[in-house]
Design a binder for this molecule. Structure first.
Ligand code: GDP
Ligand code: GDP
Length: 532
């Protein structure tokens, strides 16, 4: 379980925090995946720079109390960052110059134990860069003049941020190694035997069956074994998140109160949560509780810290397999909930929506729940994969269902689809509906393979990959879900251009790599779509 370090961006409104935030997220190594289904305005995102991964948070976008002055809002952000962040990026505006609100925020930030990196934004040219010099007076070790819109100085700023992060943990290193291996494996599988599986102009071409059933499968099995070994070490980690007062503590108490064997209860690996190990069926689960902890220190207490409990949730989510997002049945799903849920999706974690205080919903009929779910689905369509459970922590109604569902999702996230079967489904799906043509050119899919689990991730090799329309991605995702389930977990569909991959010459020595053990001469007749 890895908790990624958190980098909080703090500063007055309009200094360019969200511009910087978007630039940082845009500049990371392109993890090609479908992000269109998360919330439009992201406040949290995972970034990578110089090989380090971290979560970056735009604190300016978090909900503030109505009527808060600018000063108060900035101070709240500062308190929040002090309480939760590993590195604080304090953004100011070179054009506006040093303002009293900046001064006050700086005053607070000096109390932070986290490193503070000062960024003076809108230094679009050398003369503005000089203007930025006045901020040295605030006394931070580093003051970076940057231009978030033009990208001036942002690379150096990122260097400084990564420098300031706490040392990389073994878990972070291991996770990175796994990701790299998955990537390498995908390339190997793809290299050398990419045959069209898809409708289009030459629909007769088919996938090479010997590949799907042969060496590739050997590689897949080996990979499976490695994954299984890794998975066995860790029990399912389930994080309980949600706004204050929705009933997280009550739900946990209801779950723990039922004479279960609590194996151990320890502060989590970070200061942000309490982990409880619990016997569950034949195995164990770890419940990550973000509610039970009161904020440490003086600066971190008070209503602001309570309201901003979302940051704590992020850390819990990043080290969980499945998040249980508890919402209040009466209030419904708020914008803040949607942001947290969007982060769950982005992190590729499983999700259960637990609608608590169901006992307070009046005049229920047998359609009330379905209508409630329909309302949620239409509000946040990107969460349509997540099961909804209505519960009452107070009466204990269906609370067990929450854990059962979460554990099921844990299993769904670990499913691996054999390549041959996958390609049969994709082949059938694309025969039924071919990818729509873009500017007269029809993208063509050649080959699909699952490169990793938790979350299940599929790479589709295609020509014109970037032209595969979002709606078609959804179509493929729905076909995969129909056939293979994956309930409660995001799945990732990655489209790579076949031309982007260096294809080895067909006749080269077959000893150069795992996947090349397949002899191209021995190709069988192309498969036509089966099963349909
Ligand atoms: P936030 O409220 O701190 O998140 O600020 P925004 O990112 O929304 O930016 C506020 C305004 O400043 C927008 O009009 C941006 O286009 C502008 N802005 C952001 N970064 C720069 C920059 O580097 N140079 C200039 N000249 N304008 C910028
Ligand atoms: P947390 O801040 O999310 O941990 O919320 P708590 O567990 O402290 O609950 C907040 C308040 O909601 C308390 O007064 C609980 O008694 C009440 N509450 C929690 N669950 C339920 C429920 O299912 N039904 C009703 N009616 N009240 C609940």
């Amino acid at each position: 379980m890895i908790a990624l370090p958190v980098v909080a961006v703090v500063g007055r409104p309009n200094v360019g925090k969200s511009t910087l935030f978007n630039r940082v997220l845009g500049s990371r190594k392109a993890i090609v995946e479908d992000r269109a289904r998360t919330t439009r305005d992201r406040l949290y995102g995972e970034a990578e720079w110089n090989g380090r991964r971290f979560v970056i948070v735009d604190t300016g976008g978090l909900e503030t109390a109505p009527g808060d002055s600018i000063e108060a809002a900035v101070q709240e952000q500062a308190r929040l960052a002090i309480a939760e962040a590993d590195v604080i990026v304090f953004v100011a505006d070179a054009i506006a110059g040093l303002t009293p609100a900046d001064q006050e925020a700086a005053e607070l930030l000096r109390q932070a134990s986290a490193r503070v990196v000062m960024a003076v934004n809108k230094a679009d040219n050398p003369s503005r860069e000089l203007d930025a010099a006045e901020f040295w007076e605030l006394g931070w070790e580093q003051t970076h003049a940057i231009s978030a819109t033009h990208g001036r100085g942002t690379a150096e700023l990122l260097d400084a941020i990564v420098e300031a992060l706490p040392p990389e943990t073994d878990e972070e290193r291991a996770a990175k190694a796994r990701a790299e291996e998955a990537d390498a494996w995908a390339r190997e599988v793809a290299a050398g035997h990419l045959e069209p599986i898809i409708a289009g102009e030459d629909a007769d071409d088919g996938i090479d069956e010997s590949i799907a059933d042969g060496a590739d499968e050997v590689a897949a099995r080996r990979w499976d074994a490695e994954l299984a070994a890794a998975a066995d070490e860790e029990p399912a980690a389930i994080a309980f998140v949600g706004r204050p007062n929705v009933g997280k503590s009550s739900l946990l108490n209801a779950l723990l109160g039922q004479q279960r064997t609590i194996v151990s209860s320890v502060p989590g690996t970070t200061r942000d949560a309490i982990d409880t190990r619990l016997a569950w069926g034949r195995s164990e689960v770890v419940l990550i509780d973000t509610a039970g902890i009161r904020r440490r220190g003086k600066v971190a207490s008070g209503p602001a810290a309570e309201r901003y409990s979302t940051l704590r949730a992020l850390k819990a989510i990043s080290r969980a397999d499945v998040a249980v997002l508890v919402i209040d049945a009466v209030d419904g799903l708020t914008a803040q909930d949607a942001h947290v849920a969007g982060f769950v999706v982005e992190e590729g974690k499983g999700l259960v929506l637990a609608v608590n205080k169901w006992d307070l919903v009046e005049e229920k009929t047998d359609r009330t729940f379905d209508e409630y779910v329909a309302a949620i689905r239409s509000e946040v369509p990107f969460l349509d994969f997540a099961p909804v459970v209505s519960i009452s922590a107070k009466t204990g109604q269906r609370v067990d269902r929450v854990l059962e569902t979460a554990v099921d999702i844990w299993g769904e996230r670990r499913k691996r689809v054999p390549t041959a079967e996958l390609n049969r489904i994709v082949s059938a799906a694309s025969e039924r509906v071919a990818p729509p043509a873009v500017k007269g050119r029809r993208p063509k899919l050649f080959y699909a393979t699952q490169v990793s689990v938790a979350p299940p991730t599929f790479v589709f090799f295609a020509n014109n990959a970037s032209a595969v329309h979002f709606s078609y991605r959804r179509y493929l995702e729905n076909r995969l879900r129909e056939t293979f389930g994956f309930d409660g977990t995001p799945i990732r569909l990655v489209f790579r251009d076949r031309s982007a991959i260096k294809l080895p010459r067909r006749r080269r020595s077959p000893t150069a790599g795992r996947s090349r053990a397949v002899k191209p001469e021995k190709r069988k007749a192309p498969i036509k779509a089966r099963g349909r």
